[in-house]
Design a protein. Sequence first.
Length: 232
Amino acid sequence: MTALHFVNVALLTFAPHWLVSKTLLAGFEDSLAWVFTLSFLAYLGANFVKLLLSDALLPSTAEFGIYDTISSLAVGLLLRGLDVFALRQLVSRRASYFGMVAVGLCWSLVDSLTRRLVFFWMHATALEYSSDYLSMALEGNITLVLSISAAVFLGLSARKSVDLNAKPVLLGHAAAALAVEPVFTFIRGYNVFTPVFGIPYVALALQIGAAAYLGLSAKKMFGDYYLKAKKN
């Protein structure tokens, strides 16, 4: 992967974050740098605890069977509850509806900085280019949509003005948004059927579809409650 390829995938990964900050957050009055700092600390804290718990809960065998693989997925989904908790704490402290979008944006930005940028940089001087880097950049965009969606769902569920019957639906959508990545990572990592059905590419297409559905749902709910709050 040459330096030019590094620039290409870095732009593909982080340009959407910049576009969101200049469009969706045009009316955001708080300090985006402060939200990023809080999101960075919350993200690192949640992932540090997840690392400790995963070491304690997952088997340490050298070879994973199907049972161990499914157990790993189950533990990963369970530990996603820490992300739900961290995001809920962040959005509950953002007074404006734009603050929820800011939290989701910063959470996704921290995720891409820690998990993708360093990896891209380490492979920037490789001689052979792989399409896997483009897939990783695309996954960064998917994570952006899912993070903002989860933050919006969690932020709305924390508001007293929201109907109690709607809160379980909002929490369910937030959990689904945060569960998309580990589920499809599991599907792509299970390579038995890949040569026949091209599972990684099918999984990526389904992941995009899931992110699109959750993103549109978050946009609709965000718009409905924002307009209602503006009238009041």
